[in-house]
Design a protein around this ligand. Structure first.
Ligand code: C6P
Length: 424
């Protein structure tokens, strides 16, 4: 797997013309991409919200319910053992994918939202003290803001926010200036869902460590686009979502360094997270099971394995190169439309183009594009402070994945020209 978390610079123009893989063959693996919407071929550009699923992921989930369904960690019968092996095999596959040292450091959750809540509750509420500082950035998704606000309110700790620039970047010197000797914890998005900005998280993590603070990276947007190695990043926690990396919804991961997880109490109580229970006293299961109370999303974990297999087969570097080409092209042609203003123009970006069109509300853009078969997201993208920073209620956002093409960017642009005409 990876040896370094890399930020992908845009490819030179001559490279951009050459696709790193056969996109038509990749598209054929995604059944939903063959659909028509209002009689027009679907152009799916809402990948930051959720990616589509390849046939292998869908088949694995159907196969599990058709042939293997049973609960895990509880049965002595054949099906339960098969299901347990598949579930724990998925944990190991995630470990490999993230470059983590041991499977005990991989906790299954419902998604990054639950992963952050787990840390904010199980670590934050136990270890934060009045006057301690928790640092986040102005780029965060609500799921990396609200749990920290709640933990600070419960403990008397103070939430500090690193400002973002007009380009939508977090500058390292602003970040360093926000840290202090009272900083106990830092929670950062690896890649912004609203703007696409990629943060220099390795450098930020090192700066936080100099102050003795722990670091959580919200990798919800980054893992499908960047080569991630949690040991190289040296973060204490990394949160991700299966459904944004071609896997199923309802399944996420929290990577945590063993020594940090060991200093955390369970977040929820119930079955499967205990060692012994009496009415007087309960002892907890070993890592990572103490953080997985109740029957988990078994088919979700199995689907995630196949999604990681898909990404590895295509190659994360090839995916990044393809998406960088799409981002460069989309940036050029969308920004050339009269009245369009891009929001988020950081030099280091993942394949997200957020924009506004003069005189047209983003919701109208989304609705009219939908009639052309083009799916984008409009709104505040669960990042209201980012919108506030730019004085906007909302943006339109096109976000790209491995299966998108330049032709689809052209259809987006043609749709935007229509929107302009309707409102002119
Ligand atoms: N962003 C988007 O359209 P969940 O909902 O738990 O799977 O993911 C939450 C989340 C956390 N961090 C970041 C950076 C994210 O982008 C998201 C989800 C989607 O942008 C849905 S709001």
């Amino acid at each position: 797997m990876s040896t370094a978390a890399r930020v992908h610079d845009l490819n030179p123009p001559e490279d951009r013309a050459r696709e790193p893989f056969d996109v038509a063959r990749i598209r054929a693996e995604f059944p939903v991409l063959q659909e028509c919407i209002y009689g027009k071929p679907l152009v799916y550009l809402d990948n930051a919200a959720t990616t589509q699923k390849p046939r292998a992921v869908i088949d694995a989930i159907v196969g599990f319910y058709t042939h293997e369904n049973a609960n895990i960690h509880r049965g002595v019968h054949y099906l339960s053992e098969q299901a347990t092996m598949a579930y724990e095999g998925s944990r190991n596959r995630v470990r490999e994918f993230l470059g983590a040292g041991e499977s005990a450091e991989i906790v299954f959750t419902r998604g990054p939202t639950e992963s952050v809540n787990l840390v904010a509750n199980a670590w934050g509420r136990r270890h934060l003290k009045p006057g301690d500082e928790v640092v986040i950035t102005g780029l965060e998704h609500h799921s990396n803001i609200v749990p920290w606000q709640m933990a600070c309110a419960a403990t008397g700790a103070v939430l500090k926010v690193v400002p973002i620039t007009d380009e939508g970047e977090v500058r390292l010197d602003d970040f360093a200036a926000t840290l202090s000797d009272r900083t106990r914890f830092v929670a950062l998005s690896h890649m912004s869902n609203a703007l696409g900005t990629i943060n220099p998280v390795k450098e930020m993590t090192a700066l936080a460590h100099e102050r003795g603070a722990g670091v959580l990276l919200d990798g919800a947007q980054s893992v499908a686009h960047l080569d991630v190695d949690v040991v190289d990043l040296d973060c204490e926690f990394f949160a991700l979502s299966a459904h944004k990396i071609y896997g199923p919804t309802g399944t996420g991961i929290l990577y945590g360094k063993r020594d940090w997880l060991e200093r955390m109490d369970p977040y929820q109580g119930g079955g499967d997270m205990i060692e012994t229970v009496t009415f007087e006293h309960t002892t907890y299961a070993a890592l990572p099971h103490r953080f997985e109370a109740g029957t988990p999303n078994i088919s979700g974990a199995i689907g995630l394995t196949r999604a990681i297999d898909f990404v590895d087969r295509v190659g994360i570097k090839a995916i990044a190169r393809h998406e960088d080409g799409l981002l460069a092209y989309a940036t050029e042609v969308v920004s050339a439309i009269p009245g369009v203003r891009l929001v988020g123009t950081a030099p280091r970006k993942g394949a997200i183009v957020s924009f506004v069109l003069e005189g047209v509300h983003p919701h109208d853009i989304g609705t009219l594009l939908d009639l052309e078969g083009v799916a984008i997201r409009v709104g505040h993208h669960c990042a209201q402070p980012v919108m506030d920073r730019f004085g906007l209620p909302a943006t339109a956002r096109a976000s790209f994945a491995v299966y998108n093409t330049r032709d689809e960017v052209d259809i987006l642009v043609a749709g935007l020209e229509k929107v302009r005409k309707v409102f002119s």
